[in-house]
Design a protein around this ligand. Structure first.
Ligand code: HSE
Length: 436
């Protein structure tokens, strides 16, 4: 049978990995797909560089629309990134009746509703395994492997750059700024590291996972997003003393009143496997009613790990493209007419536990006042740690771990504690998840 013909829009790190792995494993892939899969066209502004990667047998053009216009191309792989031209080209490819594979989490998290609706109307597939956690087949797991379950929550380390930064801060006692420079030199950070360190990249990914876990539309605009730029090395140290590690987590939970969708630094018990995911690695925990808790671990970025996900999508499409669209796996796991309207909860309605660090005057009665405010707010304390004041110091650090409470109550309690004359600096608050 004639091989499936693929056009790559962009041949950077992921595109060249895709080309290389498809070539290297072509026989194995064909045995699985039932048919050959061949990159026959590549569009890239740097035509000379693209030609040096793909050789003479692949047509290289500098205009992506030439791929979309080619009737022989079955699948368009979008590896341009961003919401600009990439969105236009994906919509044009769909309109031209092409199936689309994309690694573009930003595009789908923000414009997914429009793109999936266009694909549904046209009867084509838009596959995006590579958009979340690189080589880890988490989309496949959520959308198909766990399809028997009612998923309760998921929590993931889904940004390698920030996990690398946090690991280095903990291991070497370095500051955030120093490790960021190292991460950039190693090429982990996105072109604009703001997306990594401010939690935006992780929020794009958790938005996609949340949609397929709970069957809700992608709603990146409703996600709570907090990065790691304000994290201090001393909080990592105190957390460690209390038996916790700090990770940047993307979390989504089903509650009776809505879906929690949030990214923020989080204390996690050091004994959990996910707390021991170090460096640029990714991991996602999923808790579901029948299977219990499962954990998926691996490389969340890089040329061949991401290519592994792109090619898995190419194989899926090769197997399914002749099936009636109604018999394919729905884009967001649930049938389009069976999506849930459960709202994304605002952060003030989220229930979680907290780590608080207060710089306080080292005087009698300070602890009583602070705990009194928490008690009045009905916030139960789990543990307290007080740093011994240093020689000649008149202040100290008070670390409090709380049990679960609703965020709005914690906001009020923090505001009240901040008013105390014995609280000498802005209070640090980091959320905590037991993940059990
Ligand atoms: N910049 C991302 C990360 C990789 O650090 O995990 C691609 O999503």
């Amino acid at each position: 049978m004639k091989p499936i013909q693929v056009g790559l829009l962009g041949i950077g790190t992921v595109g060249s990995g895709t080309f290389e792995v498809l070539k290297r494993n072509q026989e194995e892939i064909q045995r699985r797909a039932g048919r050959g899969i061949q990159v026959t066209m590549v569009a890239d502004l740097d035509v000379a560089r693209a030609k040096s990667i793909v050789g003479a047998n692949v047509q290289v053009v500098d205009d992506a629309r030439k791929i979309i216009a080619n009737p022989d191309i079955d699948i368009v792989v979008e590896l341009i990134g961003g919401y600009g031209i990439a969105k236009q080209l994906v919509l044009e490819a769909i309109e031209a009746g092409k199936h689309v594979v994309t690694a573009n989490k930003a595009l789908l998290a923000v414009h997914g509703t429009e793109i999936f609706a266009a694909a549904h109307k046209k009867g084509v597939m838009v596959a995006f395994e590579a958009a979340v956690a690189g080589g880890i087949p988490i989309i496949k797991a959520l959308r198909e492997g766990l399809t028997a379950n009612r998923i309760q929550w998921l929590a993931g380390i889904i940004n390698g750059t920030t996990n690398f930064i946090l690991s280095e801060m903990r291991d070497k006692g370095l500051t955030f700024g120093d490790v960021l420079k190292q991460a950039q030199a190693l090429g982990y950070a996105e072109a604009d590291p703001t997306f990594d360190i401010e939690g935006v990249d992780a929020a794009h990914k958790v938005t996609l996972m949340s949609a397929i876990a709970f069957g809700v539309p992608v709603q990146f605009d409703k996600a709570y997003v907090e990065g790691i730029t304000k994290l201090e090395a001393q909080d990592i140290k105190y957390a460690e003393q209390l038996g916790y590690r700090i990770k940047l987590l993307g979390i989504s939970k089903r509650t009776p009143t809505g879906i929690e969708l949030r990214v923020h630094p989080c204390l996690v018990p050091a004994k959990r496997l996910i707390a021991n995911v170090e460096g640029a690695m990714n991991a996602v925990m999923v808790n579901a009613d029948a299977v219990g808790t499962t954990l998926y671990y691996g490389k969340g970025a890089g040329s061949e790990p991401t290519a592994s996900a792109v090619i898995a999508d190419l194989v899926d499409i090769t197997r399914l493209h002749t099936a009636d669209p109604l018999n394919r796996v729905p884009h967001l796991a649930f049938q389009p007419d069976a999506m849930s309207s459960l709202p994304i909860l605002p952060m003030v309605q989220v229930v979680t536990s907290y780590y608080l660090r207060l710089r306080v005057a080292d005087q009698a009665g300070v602890l009583a006042k602070v705990t009194g405010i928490l008690a009045n707010a009905d916030i139960s304390i789990d543990a307290v740690l007080q740093r011994e004041a240093g020689e000649g110091e008149s202040h100290t650090d008070l670390i409090i771990l709380t049990h679960d409470c609703v965020e709005s109550k914690m906001n009020e309690a923090i505001a009240e504690m901040q008013q105390l004359s014995t609280v000498l600096a802005p209070i640090t608050r980091i959320r905590k998840e037991e993940l059990n």
